[in-house]
Design a protein around this ligand. Structure first.
Ligand SMILES: Cc1cc2nc3c(=O)[nH]c(=O)nc-3n(C[C@H](O)[C@H](O)[C@H](O)COP(=O)(O)O)c2cc1C
Length: 438
């Protein structure tokens, strides 16, 4: 009688094991014929006595296939540190986790840095992964969490810089894999990013070490993010952060964030939505007594543009500028064909598409050397922004009278500054131009 009962019980359990291992389509193809269970695994009964927990592999296999059942009971867990490198000291390359596993213990695969593939099926019963379970798995390519998964420990995927794909089953109410990011839906925190991450607008926080050791070079952060936790981009290849908000908004994010968010990557370039690429801005000016030069320097400081002084071949002496007399400057201004020659030239004019053009007002007009300058280059397609200094005269028609000399250009309205104009005043004017970020 007893023998018969044992036989029936064993048969039922074998059928159950078969069903567990064969049911449904699995994302990781867990049930393929070549997923023959590793026969050197060690087990212990779980606390509830309803199944087994795999505790390690005495065979130190490189490719681990955990069976769905052991001795006719389901394998429901992976013990703490079961396959951690400190215990399984040869490299593990792949692991197949059966659908029956509900919990992966702390440090289960800690520091297995050659581990490329962890297969978890779409019918997986996995609910919980303990702290640091996969931390240090720098070769891991992808992660998948099933619909019923609900409890992710701390630093589970810390230093998993090789991740290219993060997927969470659609029905999961605790976590999301939107944008190839692992997101806690309760706190809207991005817990772990991948090298293909496109951070969704719903994310408000970037968690501890979220992109640590990532291999991508640019990280784009949406304006919904208000806090970045420590080590978020540490030890990564990220050299550029593109922030979708303005530089002022970014300053607020940084002020609210951990001071260690970019520890080790402090030189990361931050590009905000209002950033301008200074390499395409030229600040050209003519100045005899340095008033216009002072304004040009302030424009260059705020735009990062390249300063260029229009230097006359024949310098203007004080007598040349003594405009109460029949001086050289006066004679040039009253001669429509006067074109004073310029010393040198700009060889890379083609690289600039915004030209600030500064001059002193001479008898209500731009000095004739500005005419020479405009006739020396092709300005078509460029934007020209005139500015001037004067004793008191406004910029007036001095600027509009230049338009015909560079007809292919877009001329913006110019501005007149006193020689003592502040950096703030100049900066506000530049901001008001609304030059498009490039
Ligand atoms: C020949 C000449 C004509 C000038 N004409 C005017 C003028 O019409 N209106 C005015 O307000 N200032 C006039 N000024 C003064 C200059 O515009 C002013 O000092 C300017 O800031 C000088 O700039 P810079 O130091 O860059 O050369 C004139 C100066 C010179 C030398």
């Amino acid at each position: 009688m007893k023998k018969k009962f044992v036989f029936i019980f064993t048969a039922i359990m074998l059928c159950l094991a078969f069903a567990l291992s064969a049911c449904g389509e699995t994302r990781g193809d867990n049930n393929k014929d070549d997923d023959t269970p590793t026969d050197t695994l060690t087990f212990e009964r779980d606390e509830a006595g309803e199944g087994y927990i795999v505790t390690g592999d005495k065979g130190e296999a490189a490719n681990i296939v955990i069976p769905a059942a052991h001795e006719s009971l389901p394998v429901v867990g992976i013990a703490d540190s079961a396959f951690a490198y400190s215990k399984h000291t040869s490299d593990i390359l792949s692991v197949v986790i059966p659908d029956s596993v509900v919990e992966i213990g702390k440090n289960a695969f800690h520091n297995q840095d050659a581990l490329v593939s962890v297969k978890i099926g779409t019918d997986s019963q996995l609910q919980k992964i303990g702290n640091n379970a996969f931390s240090g798995n720098s070769s891991l390519q992808s992660i998948y969490l099933p619909a019923g998964f609900s409890e992710l420990g701390d630093d589970v995927f810390n230093n998993c810089g090789g991740l290219n794909s993060i997927t969470v089953a659609a029905g999961n109410t605790h976590y999301s894999g939107a944008g190839n990011c692992l997101i806690d839906l309760t706190t809207h925190t991005l817990l772990r990013g991948s090298n293909q991450s496109v951070i969704p607008e719903a994310v408000t926080k970037i968690g501890v070490a979220a992109f640590r050791r990532a291999t991508m070079t640019t990280l784009t952060i949406p304006t919904s993010v208000t806090f970045i936790d420590k080590y978020a981009i540490s030890d990564s290849a990220i050299t550029k952060v593109v922030y979708k908000g303005t530089s002022t908004e970014w300053e607020n994010v940084v002020a609210a964030s951990s001071p260690y968010w970019n520890m080790g990557n402090e030189n990361v370039e931050i590009v905000c939505s209002d950033a301008k690429d200074p390499s395409h801005i030229l600040v050209a000016y003519f100045s005899c007594t340095n008033h216009t030069e002072g304004i040009a320097e302030k424009i260059a400081a705020v735009t990062g543009g390249t300063l260029y002084e229009i230097v006359p071949q024949e310098p203007y002496t004080a007598a040349d500028l003594d405009y109460g007399t029949d001086c050289r400057a006066n004679r040039e201004q009253s001669n429509p064909s006067s074109r004073p020659q310029i010393e040198g030239s700009i060889s890379d004019m083609g690289t600039f598409d915004v030209v600030f053009l500064g001059y002193p007002i001479w008898w209500g007009e731009a000095p004739k050397i500005i005419y020479t300058f405009l006739e020396s280059y092709d300005f078509s397609g460029k934007t020209i922004i005139p500015f001037c200094t004067s004793g008191s005269s406004p910029i007036g028609s001095s600027a509009t009278n230049l338009h015909s000399l560079a007809e292919g250009a877009t001329w913006l309205e110019g501005a007149r500054f006193s020689s003592g104009a502040s950096q703030n005043a100049v900066g506000e004017w530049v901001d008001s131009l609304g030059l498009a970020a490039k």
